[in-house]
Design a protein around this ligand. Sequence first.
Ligand code: ATP
Length: 506
Amino acid sequence: MDDNLFFKEATLLICSSLDVEVALWRSFQFLRNVLPADAMYLNIYEPSTGSIRYVAMADHTGGRKIEKSITLPDSLIHDIESGRRLQNYLVINEPEKDPMGRVITKELDLDNHSFIALRLFIEKQRLGVIDLFAKGSNMYTEEDAARLAQLREPFAIAMANALKHQELIELKEKLVSDNRYLSSELLSRSGDEVIGAEGGLQEVMDKVKQVSHLKNTILLMGETGTGKEVVANAIHRLSPRCNEPFIKVNCGAIPEDLIDSELFGHEKGAFTGAVSQKRGRFERAHKGTIFLDEIGELPPWAQIRLLRVLQTQEIERVGGSPPIKLDIRVIAATHRNLQKMVEDGTFREDLWFRINMFPITIPPLRERQEDIGPLTIYFIEKKSRMLGIHPAPQVDPYAIAGLARHSWPGNVRELENVIESSLIQHRQGPLHFQRQGEQATTVKEGLLQSTGTIVPLDEAIRHHIGQALSFTGGKISGRDGAAALLDIHPNTLRNRMQKLGIQFGR
Ligand SMILES: Nc1ncnc2c1ncn2[C@@H]1O[C@H](COP(=O)(O)OP(=O)(O)OP(=O)(O)O)[C@@H](O)[C@H]1O
């Protein structure tokens, strides 16, 4: 075979795979037709430990990854580092007479083998060495070595790519496992405890235990801030899926034109901006649980898609992937009256039937006053830890009794916020919540004032909106915004504010 053909064919094989062991095996198969060859090894020199690490090998049985480190004597390390030992290649026909040959053939169990060591460089950086072995003494000529040396560059490029690829795969696996660990950590930190499980949420938790081990769809209903996400977490944690992902989707927070790709993913180039393939939330939740919060906010076309996914348990990424089969437990949640939305024609009846098979209603905080004390203590401890307040301040028992008098339109979230701001203001303690408590009721008081003293309607509304805004710190949208508190759309609230001359901002 002439040199050109040899180079061309060998290069094609060497570069034919990103798996280092496959590339090595294919090139070994080719080389053994041209040169004496019983085995081929790839090693990487590790200057920090003064060792060479064999990472892959090929022989007549195939190619495989290996993990074998050989620590070299100081004299050899010095030879390698100074570049004296090995130029482009080295032929060792009598390994027992060569210090490096002795170490390598002994460690690799290749006594009485000749070998050629081919040094690989990438951009002047030492990458590693390919060793080609043949059984017997004096098996290689200088000509053989020079021929093999023609392949230094393709070998170096292919091996560098293969090693980088392997590193990426290992990194990816590490990230996936870190991600699993962190998700479960997050889960246990954010919702480990359901306060009131033995109090005002006892009935809710009885239902949770009844179905947590099953795969049926669950619908959680309740006012904003009552703890629907906390209960969804509890269902996942008590289920056989607890070590798999728990993926939350806030259906109301995704811009309409991104719903499809957020939920179901997209292929590269599916639309402008889809620069790479992306897995959607459903795919990420495979084997675990997906929590579809604020399901009532989904536009009608998205409701149809969701229904189809629930029926088939299959998704297709935007841009046309083949259907992907999924194993997912669905928990939906809403603070809206979905039945009324079905009657009004804004929520599909078939989807409603599909998700309403096992509804759980979480009562508002005002209907389970016995939970206020335990929740207050829990939040004082949790928030003190978060804010770095040690020890957690004492609380006046009368202050807790005062909290029970409020109506808590924002439910547990509102209580949590009140406690947090009280902690910030009175970090030395004792904690009292009067100011915040008053704020908590002012929204309601606003309404009472307007009904009690017959003020003009616009004025009452202005006052009412103002109270809601002061309660949320000026925030309009989002689940802790004034619009959610007043149970209207943020745009409606903005229009009203404009009309009534209420200033925007905190
Ligand atoms: N029973 C509970 N035990 C401990 N913490 C709770 C409990 N209920 C609610 N919380 C806390 O109150 C806050 C609001 O709860 P969550 O987000 O679960 O409410 P939600 O009903 O899902 O609200 P939304 O309808 O606005 O999405 C969270 O910080 C949550 O950790």
